[in-house]
Ligand binder design. Sequence first.
Ligand code: ATP
Ligand code: MG
Length: 232
Amino acid sequence: MPVITFANTKGGAGKTTAVLLLATELARKGYRVTILDADPQHWISRWHEISGHVANLSVIDFVTTASLPVHISENKHNTDYFIVDLPGARNPLLATAVGLSDHVLIPIQGCAMDARGGAQVLELLQYLDEKAGIKIGHSVVLTRVNSMVTTRALQVVKSLLSERHVPVLDTAIIERSAFRDIFDCGGTLHTIDPTRVSNLDKARENATCFAEEIMRKLPLRLVASARMATAA
Ligand SMILES: Nc1ncnc2c1ncn2[C@@H]1O[C@H](COP(=O)(O)OP(=O)(O)OP(=O)(O)O)[C@@H](O)[C@H]1O
Ligand SMILES: [Mg+2]
């Protein structure tokens, strides 16, 4: 049961949005997903409250440094993927979550020049590797990328990352109103009213590509019980 943490110490990088897209896509494919919500704004827990039951998906709220390892250990037999949503500030939870993770995803806004919050996470990963020999898989995911044009800011961010040999996912998360609307309406990209949202097909396709790329990085055989739960 891989643990995937979304981390960027800069607020508003798109962590929570990416967590929800990944979690709902994996759950739709039949994997049992537990989201560990450590975001002080509790967006995922609020989304879960208004959404009601979402098949294969559970959310644990008020996750702290002390409770995070306990939640993982208590739920490891009923979870295929744990996804951790961290606060957007430097916080002791960062080191704990990163240390427990199989993969750390670092969302960096493709439209912003400021990649410092992402750099802090990368520094921590490098520190763990150099000082403690702990190698944790990680990748940057570019977020809020303009669907129409490649901006200069995006090119700068991309070349900076490639100079530093930082792995970047092929799939960027595009700026889409649908990704905001699911937080307001509840449910998923597949239950939302298509007449209310523009470019829903493209948003769905983007979320699917994103989840599939992560699954290729962290493959997991679909467990029979999850498959049966989806079929039911
Ligand atoms: N791909 C996207 N398309 C459209 N809006 C987006 C996208 N990603 C994020 N947003 C919007 O940007 C804002 C910040 O995003 P989000 O809450 O996901 O970031 P965060 O990194 O979790 O922030 P924090 O650090 O405060 O927890 C939100 O209003 C969200 O709706
Ligand atoms: Mg957040």
